[in-house]
Design a protein around this ligand. Structure first.
Ligand SMILES: Cc1cc2nc3c(=O)[nH]c(=O)nc-3n(C[C@H](O)[C@H](O)[C@H](O)COP(=O)(O)OP(=O)(O)OC[C@H]3O[C@@H](n4cnc5c(N)ncnc54)[C@H](O)[C@@H]3O)c2cc1C
Length: 473
């Protein structure tokens, strides 16, 4: 059988593409070598947020901030916690992935795909997981093979052994201590997760601050929050070597000025970024071009250098979020099957790191706006000026608003706050709607929600921050 669309991978990008294609009446086949559903549901978003919620519950019990309320954090049964997470993942995989494929009517072949047939007549060769081989022919192809952890070349690391985000979330016993290599989204979330479960954690970041691609005020706020919780932070740090075995490891850390120190850890977790998965696909042979980090190069419509092959999701080297993967996947299918010419608009893309307080942003940073040659008017509001934070007795964090000085147009919002992830959707709408600071300052925001911080930071453009109140309309 010749399909209309053959998809390699079964993650967020692949599923969105398949649903769009089936809605348009096209025949679809999917090839997946691992677990159906890909990273997000199996080893990414879902398990990490499930475990973070559990860790937050334990942390809250042991660090009670309300007078008159006494709670205590007990020991963690990691096997039970991991087992509960696995059950939740299996349920979400069944309802949101395998069940959907059955409902919409497309086949998923369990196996590893590679291109054959050359650029003019591409075909997929599938080595099935059960041993056989199946050729798959289609009018159009979509590569949605995702990304995998990048492991830095550190002397001794392979021999000593290390965890990745996926294997760390499968632990059934907690180590006493852990070194987390990488202080960006995944590293920060997992560092706080294990710290809140009782592990002594240190985060080592190669650049000079945690969350190094966010606003400096955001980095400072999250470093303070980690410090408050007793999570060790080493920045501008190179891990030069690792020694040890499965029971004890020590890492030599070189910090600014060439100072070296060796510290012992029960486990080392590598969270140093994720790189596109393209090895073994024979992309060269199919006439598909890749970039320096292995990412598949596409045009704005997700088309690769081969006009019959499309790519979407983490494999394209763009922002690594499941909703970006899904948006690209559905556009790729519509463009491949109907020449729809649809593109993804990233201008107000919201992003969240699910630490506590969370880091959330949408749009440009101050530095990015200035790099565009636009004069910036920015305001930073401490969370101590947001009533929601005051009554909840958690004023850790900031809200920063980036606006064009000449027009007042809001171009970016960056927040560290409990609930920042909820606030950022409103910020994304404001940026997309091209609202000005004055319009955001006058927009409704329910009193005693964290989203009010957005309105208050906008009001801070014309008022003294310390005097802002619910009545400052
Ligand atoms: C710890 C962690 C937490 C995260 N949290 C969030 C979050 O909270 N929110 C969010 O939006 N994003 C989050 N992400 C990112 C998100 O998971 C990814 O951006 C998203 O899952 C990418 O989807 P994808 O479809 O591009 O690829 P994937 O979901 O990775 O799917 C690719 C699939 O292709 C298969 N494959 C690869 N090569 C072949 C081949 N040759 N043949 C057959 N199959 C193949 C793989 O087995 C895999 O299943 C997180 C990621 C991690 C690691």
């Amino acid at each position: 059988m010749r399909y209309d669309l053959a998809i390699v991978g079964s993650g967020g990008a692949a599923f969105a593409a398949a649903i769009t294609a089936r809605d348009a009446g096209a025949s679809v086949v999917m090839v997946e070598r691992g677990t159906v559903g890909g990273t997000c549901v199996n080893t990414g978003c879902v398990p990490s947020k499930a475990l973070l919620a559990a860790a937050a519950a334990r942390h809250g019990a042991g660090d009670q901030r309300f007078p008159g309320i006494a709670t205590q954090a007990g020991p963690v049964d990691m096997a039970a916690l991991t087992g509960g997470k696995d059950e939740l993942v299996a349920g979400m995989r069944a309802s949101r992935y395998t069940g959907l494929a059955a409902d919409y009517g497309w086949e998923i072949i369990a196996g590893t795909a590679r291109f054959a047939g050359g650029p003019d007549a591409p075909v997929l060769e599938v080595r099935r997981n059960d041993g056989g081989a199946t050729p798959v022919e289609a009018g159009q192809y979509l590569v949605a093979t995702g990304a995998a952890p990048w492991i830095p070349p550190i002397a001794g690391l392979e021999q000593a052994g290390y965890l990745t985000s996926a294997t760390a979330m499968e632990l059934t016993e907690l180590p006493e201590s852990m070194l987390v290599i990488g202080g960006n989204a995944v590293g920060l979330e997992l560092a706080q997760l294990f710290a809140r479960l009782g592990v002594t954690v240190t985060v080592a970041e190669a650049l000079d601050r945690l969350a190094p691609f966010d606003e400096p005020e955001v980095s400072a706020a999250i470093e303070d929050a980690f410090d408050d919780e007793g999570i060790g932070v080493v920045t501008a740090a190179a891990i030069t070597s690792v020694r040890g075995d499965a029971t004890a490891r020590s890492a030599t850390i070189t910090t600014a000025g060439g100072r070296e120190r060796a510290l012992a850890y029960g486990q080392i977790l590598v969270a140093a970024g994720r790189r596109p998965v393209t090895a073994g696909l024979n992309l060269d042979g199919a006439g598909v071009k890749t970039g320096r980090r292995g990412e598949i190069i596409t045009d704005e419509c997700q088309r690769t250098a081969n006009p019959r092959i499309w790519a979407a999701g983490d494999v394209t080297g763009g922002p690594q979020f499941v909703y970006v993967a899904a948006a690209q996947g559905s556009r790729a299918a519509a463009n491949a099957l109907a020449g729809a010419g649809r593109t993804v608009d990233y201008a107000a893309l919201p992003r969240v790191t699910f630490t506590s307080p969370a880091i959330a942003s949408a749009g440009l940073t101050e530095a990015e706006l200035i790099r565009q040659g636009v004069a910036c008017d920015c305001r930073v509001l401490p969370l101590s000026a947001v009533p929601r934070a005051i009554v909840a007795r958690d004023t850790r964090g900031v809200v920063k608003l980036v606006a064009e000085a000449r027009t007042g147009r809001v171009r970016g919002v960056h927040a560290v706050a409990d609930g920042a992830g909820e606030m950022i959707t409103a910020a994304s709408y404001a940026i997309r709607a091209r609202m000005t600071v004055a319009e955001v300052a006058e927009a409704w925001a329910p009193y005693l929600t964290m989203s009010e911080g957005l309105r208050l930071v906008a009001q801070a453009f014309s008022r003294d921050v310390s005097r802002l109140s619910c009545c400052a309309a």
